[in-house]
Design a protein around this ligand. Sequence first.
Ligand code: FAD
Length: 430
Amino acid sequence: MERFDVIVVGGGPAGLSAAISAARAGMKTVVIERGDFPGTKNVMGGVLYTQPTEQVVPEFWKEAPLERPVIEQRYGFLSGDELVTATYRDPAWAEPPYNAHTVLRVKFDRWLAEQAIKEGVMIIPETVVEDLLYRHDRVVGVRTGRPEGDLGAEVVILAEGVNNFVAQKAGLAPKLTPDRVAVAVKEIIALPPEKIEDRFCLEPGQGATIELFGDSTAGMLGTAFVYTNKDSLSIGLGVILSQLVASKLTPNDLLERLKAHPYIKRLIQGGETKEYLAHLLPEGGYKAVPKLYRQGVLVVGDTAMFVNGLHREGSNLAMISGKIAGEVAAEAIKSGDVSEKAMSVYATRISDTFVIKDLYNYRNVNHFFESNPHFLKVYPEIVADSMRMFFTVDGVPKRERLKQILSNAFAKRSKGSVLRDLFGAWRAFK
Ligand code: FAD
């Protein structure tokens, strides 16, 4: 049986970052990836944040296959055909050090895998890890689906993404439940760059993102998005699976509705759908984080439920957790101690980062929105009504109009309920 210091299960951002940091620390490292190559199986909106990525590959933006630097972020509420948005734009984000870029994962993950190979990592594609190997209680490697495919290791890092079957088999993670995952679909729609720039008011090469709440997901907990790539748009949405099942709608119904919305229709007009992708997304947050370590094993990225859906962050949490796991694995192996206690250093270190701090901070947010569905149904309506009334000029004096706006809002949601909602929201976010 071939032996390694570190075996990484899964070649997404978490696994590749773990492999890079372990290899840099001198570890004989292998990544086992079930796809034809890293990236083929992976889906993301996809906004890639600069600062966390630089911690894995400094100045990656000089070489990596990036689409566009994001200079504009727009948040919007859809209510029927109406739309209310808030936009932030800063052209300085088109220059280094950048805040974020759009990426297509099939290209980016492949490039990140090449960086791992340069660091000495071996990548074994088209191979599924089926289980961990144990000697007594000790994890000593992995069993793959290949004949004679057992591989030995001092430490195994589980970076298998949201479908964390190996972690489940190992008793580290519970079974996924429909209230803890979102189902997401996405289309890549080809458009000439000049059309993208015209439609999004961008200079050549610049990028923009739109996040939409409310009717974009039929009032269910989730978001829709439109991101600009070099010569395509990524358009998609994700919705909590339990709510989608109850709604009897399919993700495709929702995506077709979104594409037909008057605002979105104009953005994608004349484009040609090149790809259709679907994936699950962890949405359990802090309360769903599984056990992150045991003797000889560490859990990173989506496998560890490290996604902050509200801020559209997942790849950055994956990379930071992977990097720390690779470092902890190398330190433990060098010190000759891969016991559970030695592995627990990973949990301590990750707790000191934004990864756990943010998840902890938002630990009640999903539950709050799930148990208060009016936030994504009634409030978008109230906001749209209020804006329509505010902008309508029809001879009604402004003080009178303000009274109309308030009385319309409180007819849809009573004053007492609004106060309770504000208090509830404050508690959920504090
Ligand atoms: P993954 O990227 O899922 O990688 C896991 C890898 O493991 C895959 O390559 C898979 O093939 C492999 N694998 C799985 N099981 C096995 C096995 N048993 N054996 C071998 N290989 C295995 N995040 C952002 O930061 N920005 C965004 O804009 C954004 N948008 C998103 C939009 C959508 C529609 C979705 C679904 C997610 C989005 N995310 C976004 C989240 C982000 O994609 C994930 O958080 C991130 O990909 C997690 O990385 P990972 O390496 O943990 O898992």
